[in-house]
Design a protein. Structure first.
Length: 311
């Protein structure tokens, strides 16, 4: 068991939150301190997060000023160094730019190296397979930003005894983005329009967190590794059938026209959906499951984690 300090960005988001949950449940990280970076420590989501455990310490900060985040973290943990960093940046939203995402990603790497962080885990995305992802930027802009940050990490983390260990996690489409709302139906319609019967790979964000926790627990095993994360591979018809089986409700895409508008008018989202049709993710699910046998498939995720089932 360790008593390390972890700095987690995106702490109130899907990925960062999943990493924190996994660290809390992993006996390898008992007694560790989790520094949860959030833009507003007084927000309901931040307060809910901090209530999960006294080991969680909220750090208010903006990834546009990473040195300030590390300075605030140092005030909280005093002389204890930050041992591990989980880095994830948002690609879309108000005020978010692709150049800004890259700058934030690079700044976290630089500041982590400067502060002697032992292990850096980066939340990226699969771009066609383990080897293909190193070379394939793709035409999808928010995939390309992660391509740039990955390369920067590999080139600037340092080598040898004094180098910072690193792991890249490359998840595919998030099961957690499927919610009982109109937007999900339109998104599934867009997928069906562009992929027809072609399957798409999916992963539960809970499993992203588990892989991050595993990497932190065994840094030598996961050092200098880029790991594709997927738990299932289904086309839209199979997704609809799975939801019907579990919930009795039909989530079949009925908004074909709106799906077409979505991929035509919303630039990078349209580029992503078209890329799913022409190329697509390429994670070796069997290989991922060897590392984490409990990796969730779609049916289990719907039953245990989704908002479609009342628990």
């Amino acid at each position: 068991m360790s008593s390390k300090v972890f700095l987690i960005t995106g702490a109130t988001g899907k990925q960062g939150g999943a990493v924190i949950d996994a660290l809390l449940k992993d006996a390898n990280h008992a007694n560790s301190t989790i520094l949860a970076v959030t833009r507003n420590v007084d927000s309901p989501s931040s307060k809910n997060l901090s209530s999960k455990s006294p080991t969680i310490k909220l750090i208010q900060g903006n990834l546009d000023d990473v040195p300030a985040i590390f300075a605030k973290a140092a005030e909280v943990v005093k002389q204890q160094p930050i041992w591990g960093v989980y880095s994830v940046q948002i690609s879309q939203g108000k005020g978010v730019t692709y150049d800004g995402e890259i700058k934030q990603g690079k700044a976290l790497i630089d500041e982590s190296v400067k502060n002697g962080v032992a292990h850096f885990v980066y939340g990226s995305i699969d771009r066609g397979g383990e080897e293909e992802s190193w070379e394939n930027r793709t035409p999808v802009l928010h995939f390309g930003t992660k391509f740039v940050v990955e390369r920067y990490l590999r080139e600037n983390a340092g080598v040898g005894v004094g180098g910072m260990k690193w792991t890249i996690l490359r998840p595919v489409a998030f099961m957690d983005n499927l919610e009982p709302n109109f937007q999900t139906k339109v998104f599934l319609a867009a997928l069906s329009n562009n992929l027809s019967q072609k399957p798409l790979q999916w992963v539960a964000t809970k499993d992203i967190g588990i892989f991050a926790s595993k990497a932190f627990a065994d840094p030598d095993k996961y050092n200098h590794k880029a790991i594709g994360l997927a738990g299932d591979e289904l086309n839209v018809a199979e997704i609809s059938a799975t939801f019907k089986k579990v919930t009795g409700e039909d989530v079949a895409p009925t908004y074909w026209f709106l799906g077409s508008i979505l991929t035509t008018l919303i630039g990078d989202l349209g580029a992503m959906v078209r890329w799913f049709g022409t190329d697509g993710y390429g994670v070796d699910i069997g290989k991922a499951r060897e590392l984490h046998p409990g990796l969730m498939g779609m049916e289990r995720w719907i039953r245990e984690e989704s908002q479609f089932v009342v628990r």
